[in-house]
Design a protein around this ligand. Structure first.
Ligand SMILES: Cc1cc2nc3c(=O)[nH]c(=O)nc-3n(C[C@H](O)[C@H](O)[C@H](O)COP(=O)(O)OP(=O)(O)OC[C@H]3O[C@@H](n4cnc5c(N)ncnc54)[C@H](O)[C@@H]3O)c2cc1C
Length: 386
């Protein structure tokens, strides 16, 4: 629990933990990871708890926007499985936060009630084969012909495009020279003619397939523009807003969940595994490894709590959310690897879950804005000389 966490979040955590124990047993989580399966029925059950609406105002059928509560749910789900935590993020954060912050009134009325019911997911279509951290250079293009829009290009690593209702697609809509200006966010139904979804394989964060989404002369109406026709060329402003701060925090919450899960398993192992006549947890090296991991995890929790509160209050948070993403994602990689060592050979085998936590955690400093990109953001915010 985060020190000072309000009662309603503590109760929400308890309810989410009970849900995890009932609907997400360890054996199932292992299978979802191995076979790269999205557990659709479990997700539908989760939606019945009302947690999808934690980013949706009550006027649109949600619980009211509560970023710290959303992070608590992500953390609890991620402790057991990315296969449920990631689609939760696709609903509550990718769809919910972006529609609340940047959707037109028509889009909000049409989509937000579905988000709150867990029936509406976005996949992020930002990265491309030639574009990673430098998103302002996207090569996917969209041009207007009367009131039609023609979209061409390829989005890479588009997680969950095969299960999403819409791909949240960043497209270039004018000359490249004005780096941040001629960009528009289009909502693309993956079933539209001209869209091809091709799966990619990768090491961690499995359970929701990651894909290439290829657009060949995809024809869209003006209603596909996030925020409506007047938001044409406003994509960067929309992307760099509050939803981006939340993206850094949601990955930090996944990081914290993985770190806590690894520590819990390593702790139990250290208490029960006996070598040289005593539990390995009585050997100083193991005691120190766990003490250090617990200390880092508490620091991660405090940073996440602080940044979430700032975002919730709409206070400036770009510096703190980048620091949190950097510290938590690096911290999760360090902690899970340390816990894997505590568990020796078993930590490498699929007889335990720690090898999965490691695979998931080492992805986190790379995805969603790498650690280097966060360091650049932090240095820029501190106005260090370039
Ligand atoms: C499992 C998985 C899921 C993903 N899901 C999605 C998704 O749903 N939607 C989506 O759009 N993308 C997704 N991504 C892509 C992910 O967000 C990118 O990998 C990430 O933004 C970094 O881009 P890149 O890997 O192309 O690295 P690059 O930008 O090519 O960088 C490569 C290396 O160079 C470093 N580097 C680059 N520029 C600088 C600089 N200016 N200063 C210092 N160092 C620099 C980086 O830190 C990195 O170490 C996913 C990736 C994976 C693996």
């Amino acid at each position: 629990m985060t020190p000072g966490e309000p009662e309603h979040i503590r109760l929400l955590r308890d309810a989410t933990r009970r849900f995890v124990e009932q609907h997400m047993p360890r054996a199932a989580a292992k299978e979802w990871d191995k076979k790269n399966i999205f557990p659709k029925t479990v997700f539908a059950e989760l939606a019945k708890m009302g947690v999808m609406g934690l980013t949706v105002p009550q006027d649109y059928g949600g619980q009211g926007v509560d970023i710290p509560a959303t992070m608590a749910v992500i953390e609890e789900l991620a402790k057991r499985s990315s296969a449920v935590a990631c689609p939760y993020i696709m609903a509550a954060c990718y769809a919910g936060m972006n529609l609340v912050e940047s959707g037109s009134e028509t889009q909000k009325r049409a989509f937000l009630p579905k988000v709150a019911k867990g029936e509406f997911l976005f996949a992020y279509g930002l990265s491309e084969p030639n574009v990673g951290g430098d998103l302002a250079m996207v090569e996917t293009t969209a041009r207007r012909e009367g009131n039609r829009i023609l979209l061409n290009g390829t989005k890479r690593w588009c997680t969950g495009a095969h299960i999403a209702d819409y791909i949240f697609c960043l497209a270039r809509t004018g000359p490249k020279d004005d780096r941040y200006k001629n960009l528009t966010i289009l909502l693309v139904d993956p079933k539209t003619k001209g869209v091809t979804i091709r799966p990619l394989d990768h090491l961690g964060i499995r359970g929701v397939e990651t894909n290439d989404a290829i657009f060949e002369d995809v024809e869209l109406g003006e209603d596909a523009i996030l925020g409506g026709p007047e938001a044409w060329n406003q994509g960067w402003r929309q992307l760099a807003g509050r939803a981006l701060e939340v993206e850094k925090l949601e990955l930090s919450a996944v990081a914290l969940g993985l770190a806590e899960a690894a520590i819990a398993d390593a702790f139990e192992y250290a208490e029960t595994r006996v070598q040289f006549g005593k539990p390995i947890g009585a050997h100083q090296a193991i005691r120190h490894a766990i003490a250090e991991a617990k200390t880092k995890a508490l620091a991660m929790r405090l940073m996440l709590g602080h940044a979430s509160a700032l975002v919730q209050a709409r206070k400036p948070s770009a510096l703190e959310s980048s620091m949190t993403k950097l510290f938590c994602c690096e911290g999760a990689a360090e902690i899970t690897l340390a816990c894997q060592r505590v568990m020796g050979a078993y930590g490498l085998s699929d007889l335990t879950d720690v090898e999965r936590y490691v695979r998931d955690a080492i992805s986190l400093p790379i995805v969603g804005g790498s650690s280097n990109m966060q360091k650049n953001n932090i240095a820029n915010r501190l106005k260090l000389a370039e």
